[in-house]
Design a protein around this ligand. Structure first.
Ligand SMILES: [Zn+2]
Length: 235
């Protein structure tokens, strides 16, 4: 009986170890490891960071904040989950690292949005005639104190902002004060419903692969495990 129990425990241990080793060998696993390495010592990985205003290759958007791209579009954080945007980690405290508009557009902040804004781009630079939306979130502290600049109060609607306009600062708001996220900007490119409204950003099917907009390899299905940088071949 005891022998059998020991065997089962060893078996479970071997399976867990196998999964961890396998994960660390995949691009997705490598990305997770890079994020933990960066959190542990951001200063030693300064070469992983992109600076705001950077435009990679001939891409239409400028990079919206300072930091490393830790997680990509269609990364998975748990079974069944598909990440709808990219996560850019600054390695600083909350409320310090500025977030800027990636492109010209019209900014809206719904009345109950503490940490998010969305920007309407009437003419998709990659597909003229199509309207798209740029979503920026986590710009509040864990208690929901907003870091969005005063120019865009709750309820702000259709305010024109040029590329490079300051929108707010990276935070760690998750909706649950007891379980904040790591400090980052989540940025995504959201589909229009065809009637001039944005679709629900929480579903990846309502978003576009941001790679060609930023000139970076940001699609989890095709990216390697390295931190995306401008030098990577244009996607
Ligand atoms: Zn995210």
């Amino acid at each position: 009986m005891v022998k059998r129990l020991v065997f089962i425990i060893l078996l479970i241990g071997a399976v867990v170890a196998g999964v961890l080793i396998y994960r660390s060998m995949t691009p997705r696993g490598a990305r997770s490891n890079h994020v933990w390495d960066f959190f542990a010592n951001p200063d030693s990985h300064a070469d992983w960071k992109l600076t705001p205003g950077t435009r990679c290759g001939g891409a239409p958007f400028v990079f919206p904040t300072d930091g490393m791209v830790g997680f990509l579009w269609d990364d998975s954080f748990r079974v069944g989950h598909r990440h709808q945007g990219i996560d850019i980690f600054s390695g600083t405290e909350v409320g310090v690292t500025p977030v800027f508009a990636a492109y010209d557009g019209y900014l809206t902040r719904l009345p109950d949005w503490k940490s998010s804004v969305i920007q309407r781009v009437p003419d998709d630079p990659l597909q003229p005639g199509r309207q798209i939306w740029l979503y920026y979130t986590h710009m509040a502290d864990q208690n929901g104190n907003s870091y969005i600049v005063a120019d865009f109060p709750p309820g702000a609607k259709e305010v024109f902002v040029a590329a490079g306009t300051l929108l707010g600062y990276q935070g760690n708001y998750s909706g649950d004060p007891n379980s904040p996220t790591g400090i980052h900007l989540h940025f995504s490119v959201v589909r229009d419903d065809g009637n001039g409204n944005f679709l629900n950003e929480l579903d990846i099917r309502n978003t576009y692969d941001p790679s060609p907009y930023l000139g970076l390899s940001l699609n989890a299905n095709t990216a390697d495990g390295e931190v995306p940088l401008c030098q990577t071949p244009a996607p």
